[in-house]
Design a protein around this ligand. Structure first.
Ligand SMILES: Nc1ncnc2c1ncn2[C@@H]1O[C@H](COP(=O)(O)OP(=O)(O)OP(=O)(O)O)[C@@H](O)[C@H]1O
Ligand SMILES: [Mg+2]
Length: 347
């Protein structure tokens, strides 16, 4: 069993609380991502699960085993936690070839040379490094070194994989194919994955559940649909996907959104200042006339879509629409808009 239970873990570096009361679980065979902006404590949390950092407070279990508990004086070192890890800095050994780097965990386990060769080559093929086995890390690009680290984490087929931004240095195409490969591999091996990223698309594409963090604190835990469709607050709405914020005012009859000329039902517990949030894909363009009318400020052609900036009731909104639509409209033109789903948050 490679379930992870993190019970109210806090990590302080001097006065800095890098992680504040983190409570979450990763089920056996589950893929969970920790998502949040730079400096929010993701790496620190992952390093505590691996055993490279000791919590200031709280407990961490891997399976039934308590591996970290400052209160009980328990601390199991990383090499006794049977994990595979990819570090944010790759940490490949400079004096070893690609093949030796990747095969190292198997060598430590005392496997026969022939077995090591088979499994190492398989792991190298998986990350498309088959042809570079005899190179030294200094002869590789950043993205290639990152893939060496990934192959090394996978080669021993551990029960638990901890991955810290393992795809951050790959080009867009390779990153997308590696997302798919990692996910497929995880399903095939049934391995439990705790994955750290600041890339929301990556987290959404791979995860069963996402833990969204900001400034050391968990803001929401949910599946990709939950965190995108029903973000817990405006910070999460802003961080995950694109969003237009519009001024709003909560009153007796509901929440008034002047730019949309609309009043919507107020969520429970909302009082005073509010903010409305609309995803760009929930706004449709139309010929001016019916519905709302805005003024085109700017449009950026992105190939498959056009990214529009439109002035609407004194505020600026962003709309992503198919490139084929409304080609004849440009800056200064009036354009029609219809807005579908609106989210409301305390301001
Ligand atoms: N060894 C350390 N000593 C002091 N402060 C640290 C140490 N390691 C991390 N911090 C601080 O803890 C906070 C969280 O850092 P962490 O590396 O966990 O962030 P992160 O979410 O992984 O960011 P990034 O996306 O940039 O990698 C930061 O404010 C960082 O400066
Ligand atoms: Mg980090």
């Amino acid at each position: 069993m490679a379930e992870i239970r993190i019970n109210c873990v806090t990590k302080k570096f001097g006065e800095v609380k890098a992680v504040d009361n983190f409570c979450a679980t990763v089920g056996d065979g589950e893929f969970v991502s920790i998502l949040g902006p730079s400096g929010c404590g993701k790496t620190t949390m992952l390093r505590m699960v691996a055993g490279f950092e000791k919590p200031t407070a709280g407990e961490i279990y891997i399976g039934d085993r308590l591996v970290s508990s400052p209160d009980k004086g328990i601390y199991v070192p990383p090499e006794k936690r049977s994990i595979g890890m990819v570090f944010q800095s790759y940490a490949v050994w400079p004096h070893m070839t690609v093949f030796e780097n990747v095969g190292y965990p198997l060598k430590i386990k005392g496997l026969a040379k022939s077995e090591i060769a088979v499994r190492t080559n398989k792991a190298l093929d998986l990350v498309h490094l088959g042809g570079l086995a005899q190179r030294l890390p200094s002869q590789l690009s950043g993205g290639q070194q990152q893939r060496v680290a990934l192959a090394r984490a996978l080669v021993a087929e551990p029960d638990l994989l901890l991955l810290d931004e393992p795809l951050s240095n790959l080009d867009a195409k390779l990153r997308e194919s590696m997302r798919f490969e990692i996910k497929e591999l995880q399903k095939k091996l049934g391995v439990t994955v705790l994955y750290v990223t600041h890339d929301q698309a990556e987290a959404m594409a791979m995860s069963d559940r996402i833990v969204v963090m900001n400034a050391g604190v968990i803001h929401q835990i949910g599946d990709p649909v939950q965190v995108y469709e029903t973000p817990a607050n405006k910070v999460i709405a802003d961080f995950i996907g694109l969003v237009n914020f519009l001024d709003a005012e909560a009153g007796e009859g509901g929440v008034k959104i002047p730019a949309l000329g609309r009043t919507v039902h107020a969520p429970a517990g909302l009082g005073g200042k509010a903010v409305a949030a609309v995803r760009p894909e929930n706004i449709a363009l139309a010929a001016p006339g019916a519905g709302l009318t805005g003024t085109v400020i700017h449009k950026s052609y992105l190939g498959d879509t056009v990214d529009w900036r439109i002035e609407l009731g004194g505020e600026q909104i962003r709309v992503i629409a198919p490139a084929s639509a409304f080609q004849e409209y440009s800056a200064g033109d009036s354009i029609g808009l219809s807005v579908d789903k609106v989210m409301i948050f305390p301001a």
